[in-house]
Design a protein around this ligand. Structure first.
Ligand SMILES: Nc1ncnc2c1ncn2[C@@H]1O[C@H](COP(=O)(O)OP(=O)(O)OP(=O)(O)O)[C@@H](O)[C@H]1O
Ligand SMILES: [Mg+2]
Length: 517
């Protein structure tokens, strides 16, 4: 008999072996391998829950070992595996059998099994490591089966253990085959629609391009221009998740303890809009409990930082590395942990601290020093990573009342067609969207026509684009060409890409831009 538990730190998590030794002696229980306070708590919970569930708690010396000992573990998730191991060692659970079993669950004193976080990660990790039997809290059963694993049984209380173990003995383990296609064709419903956004053709076009490649965006302009409004409409035009992407998204939310256990896979791309008061750990992840941060919760979706300069400078700068690597790495004394963080960053900001800069009718009195401080917080290094910069002026009043506006469904159809083209092109690659291309892949997949190459070189020289900016322009041009359904990138695609990228390249440009609004 081998009982395993699961430690939900990091995306993959770690399996923990639960061993129990019972021998004659002064009655007492010792648990090794857990931090002090958790040991005390787990020991008492398990003892009382077993007594209250028509089993006997052995009146001998009991030693519980959780290995590896040097791995940090949260106490409560080990209640059920410890209880099962104690009952099996004292020959009260003959149904258990000899095959390794991964057991998850927290106990209440009356023996009720409570749901825990990270169940999908646990089952995935277990299956990867060759485990074929899983006993999980009944409330987590939907989630546990999401990975397609068949050898999973739920248990609602300790008294049900013999029944659950018998069921486990006859369930067929193994994986159900599942293709990596978009798994839900039902049209998702969104609270906010692009149809509400009047005028602003440049803003809409920029967001459409960003949705194709997952390109990072900064929306800037005076108050009331519709920055917040347009950002909240971005999720409604994003492409569908594929099945394997949805599993990843669901796994991160489950590890954070944020999954609604009654629903299946998360079907829509996440949109996370944390408040600017959020801590660095809240955004990036980590902390004492090693939880994924907002950037990981936004994995495969959007991280929106409204009023971006109001965020803590340290937090903003800490975003740079995960944005580049598309994952968060946390180094702790015991080991290294990682969470995926392949999110599209969207920033919204005014142009100055008072917000009036760029308004047509009111004058801004912010000093140069104040302006400098304001922008310094975002920092050149972070701004350089923003691929699309969109000036959002106050819409003309006639635009607000006249004209036809496209709905999100219409825009999304175009975005999906472009994304389908890109995924076909990258089907043998580890990435799927244009924004994810690295330097070598940019050369391979972003072929320019000779005319486009000339326009590109001219733009790079004239605007003194940095290497990173030039790469961003090429990737944007790729998304623009995909939207047009064309395989080669033409001069028009490059020139449009330059327009979307260059805002913010130089002081001079800012001035013209502000004057132009
Ligand atoms: N293009 C538009 N079409 C329709 N309504 C708009 C548009 N732009 C702005 N509005 C209206 O103006 C309100 C304010 O817009 P929003 O909050 O998005 O501005 P903002 O640019 O985020 O301003 P701030 O800089 O103050 O945060 C919206 O709630 C909406 O009612
Ligand atoms: Mg706003």
């Amino acid at each position: 008999m081998q009982i395993l538990g699961f430690c939900p730190f990091g995306f993959e998590g770690n399996l923990v072996t639960v061993e129990v030794d019972i021998r004659r002696g002064i009655p007492g229980t010792e648990i090794v391998g857990l931090p002090d306070s958790s040991v005390r708590e787990a020991r008492e919970r398990v003892r009382v829950a077993i007594k209250n569930s028509r089993f006997t708690y052995p009146s001998d010396r009991i030693l519980v070992n959780l290995a590896p000992a040097d791995l940090r573990k949260p106490g409560s998730a080990f209640d059920l595996p410890i209880a099962v191991a104690v009952l099996a060692a004292s020959r009260q659970l003959e149904e258990l059998g000899s095959e390794p079993t991964l057991v998850l669950g927290e106990l209440l004193l009356d023996g009720t099994v409570r749901p825990v976080r990270g169940v999908l990660a646990a089952v995935t990790r277990g299956a990867h490591d060759g485990i074929r039997r899983f006993l999980v809290p009944q409330a987590n059963i939907c989630e546990a089966r999401l990975g397609g694993n068949q050898g999973v049984v739920g248990v609602a209380s300790l008294t049900e253990l013999p029944r659950a173990l018998k069921e486990l003995a006859v369930t067929r383990s193994g994986l159900k085959a599942g293709g990596d296609t978009a798994f839900s064709d039902a049209p998702a419903r969104f609270a906010h629609d692009f149809g509400d956004l009047r005028g602003q053709p440049l803003v809409k076009r920029a967001l459409e391009i960003s949705a194709v490649g997952g390109h990072s965006v900064m929306l800037f302009g005076p108050p009331g221009g519709g920055k917040t409004m347009s950002a909240w409409r971005l999720p409604s035009i994003l492409p569908r998740l594929t099945h394997s992407e949805a599993v990843e998204v669901t796994q991160v939310h489950s590890l954070a303890g944020m999954l609604d256990t009654r629903t299946g896979l998360i079907a829509a791309r996440p949109f996370r809009a944390p408040h600017h008061g959020a801590s660095s750990e809240g955004i990036i992840g980590g902390g004492k409990t090693l939880l994924p941060g907002e950037i990981s919760l936004a994995h495969r979706g959007v991280l929106f930082l409204d009023e971006a300069p109001e965020f803590d400078r340290v937090t903003l700068q800490a975003l740079r590395e995960p944005l580049e690597r598309r994952e968060v790495r946390i180094v702790r004394a015991d080991r290294r942990y990682r969470y995926p963080a392949n999110a599209q960053l969207v920033l919204a900001t005014n142009l100055c601290p008072c917000g009036k800069l760029g308004s047509r009718d009111v004058e801004c009195f912010c000093s140069n020093a104040e302006l400098h401080r304001y922008w310094k917080k975002l920092g050149a290094a972070l701004l350089d990573r923003i691929e699309i910069r969109v000036p959002v002026g106050i819409p003309e009043s006639f635009a607000l009342v006249t004209g036809k506006t496209e709905t999100s469904a219409e825009v999304r159809a175009r975005v999906q067609a472009a994304v389908d083209l890109a995924s076909e092109r990258y089907k043998a690659e580890p990435f799927g969207r244009n924004g994810e291309l690295e330097a070598a892949a940019v050369h391979r997949y972003c072929g320019l026509t000779s005319e486009a190459r000339r326009s590109f070189l001219a733009a790079v020289q004239k605007l003194k684009l940095s290497a990173r900016a030039a790469e961003a322009v090429t990737k944007l041009a790729r998304s623009i060409a995909d939207l047009a359904g064309e395989s080669a990138i033409s001069s028009a695609h490059v020139l449009e890409a330059v327009q979307h990228r260059r805002a913010g390249e130089s002081e001079e440009f800012w001035e013209t831009l502000i004057r132009a609004m």
